[in-house]
Design a protein around this ligand. Structure first.
Ligand code: BDR
Ligand code: CA
Length: 306
């Protein structure tokens, strides 16, 4: 089977850790590079976490450290959700720093894209700062990108403000650049993440499933993305689900832009399902997910990890 080449841009993050496990052990994906971006916690912490995860998974994928702050605004973080380290709950081994590239994430992405024979899909599951910089610094990169399949935005309300989802709220200007890029974009917004739930009985199945299941089960005890009782939200896994099992989603092609000026709504994604803005579609948006199928897919995907 021909594997789909991808680059994952991430801010691990507990739900990022789960999404990385799914992607790295999928027989359908070829993860060429992992880039990090400040978001859930600082750039040093998320980079350390990405390296610690790779050591745990026994995978030798190059990692490049990226942006430490949003393009224009002061940074925010989500340590209230993921813990001070960004991945509280498991005693990881020290990572292999040999995997850390000397290049900045943006340069590593550019080089990897240019060197590849096939177009590569970018999978951002954190703020879009690195991706916006890539598109601005190297406009010729566009012809090497197959699609940008991202987790971010919301059809309705937010989780980091009344209207804004965290990844977009962190760096609205970067998100605006990405949505205006003209590239094929797929969006797994907050709304599908809210239905992609792990309940206590699901988490119990992870414990003892394999070494990765044990680790994720332990991280889930500290994760505050939802509650263990009513369901932990697997936001970032939805971007991988879009790539690996798109039939689980209802997908609508529509126009998406980002509010960067609103006094109360900065970082809100205007997902124009009713065509008010009279613009041509620029994104495929996952508007609904089959939660039962997601659950089956999720557990099956993690069962093949080591
Ligand atoms: C997004 O914000 C982060 O906290 C999660 O990792 C996810 O990428 C959900 O709004
Ligand atoms: Ca994330």
């Amino acid at each position: 089977m021909l594997k789909k080449p991808i680059i994952i841009d991430t801010d691990p993050g507990i739900d990022d850790a789960v999404a990385l496990a799914i992607a790295l052990f999928s027989e359908k994906l070829d993860v060429r590079l992992i880039t990090t971006v400040a978001g859930n916690v600082s750039i040093d912490k998320v980079t350390y976490n990405a390296l610690r995860l790779l050591k745990h998974f026994g995978k030798s994928i190059p990692v490049a450290k990226g942006s430490a702050q949003p393009l224009l605004r002061p940074g925010i973080d989500a340590s209230d959700v993921h813990g001070v380290s960004g991945m509280e709950g498991w005693d990881f081994d020290e990572p292999d720093y040999g995997l850390l590239l000397p290049e900045h994430a943006v340069n590593a992405m550019y080089r990897t894209l240019k060197e590849s024979k096939e177009k590569i899909t970018l999978v951002p599951i954190g703020p879009l700062t690195n991706i916006a910089l890539l598109l601005r610094m190297y406009p010729d990169v566009k012809e090497h990108i197959a699609e940008i399949a991202l987790m971010g935005g919301s059809l309705t309300r937010g989780n980091k403000g009344v209207m804004a989802e965290f990844n977009i709220a962190y760096d609205p200007e970067a998100a605006k650049i990405v949505f205006a890029s003209g590239l094929p974009i797929a969006v797994a917004p907050l709304d599908v993440g809210l239905k992609a739930l792990v309940l206590p009985e699901d988490s119990a199945k992870l414990k003892g499933m394999n070494h990765t299941g044990d680790m994720i089960h332990a991280l889930f005890q500290k994760y505050r993305g939802g509650s263990m009782k009513t369901g932990l939200k697997m936001y970032d896994s939805c971007a991988m689900a879009y790539l690996l099992a798109p039939e689980m989603f209802e997908i609508v092609e529509t126009f998406v832009d980002v509010e960067v000026q609103g006094a109360l709504t900065a970082g809100c994604t205007a997902i124009d399902l009713r065509g008010y803005l009279k613009q041509a579609p620029n994104a495929k948006v996952c508007v609904d997910i089959d939660d039962v199928k997601f659950k089956e897919w999720f557990l099956k995907s993690l069962s093949v990890c080591i």
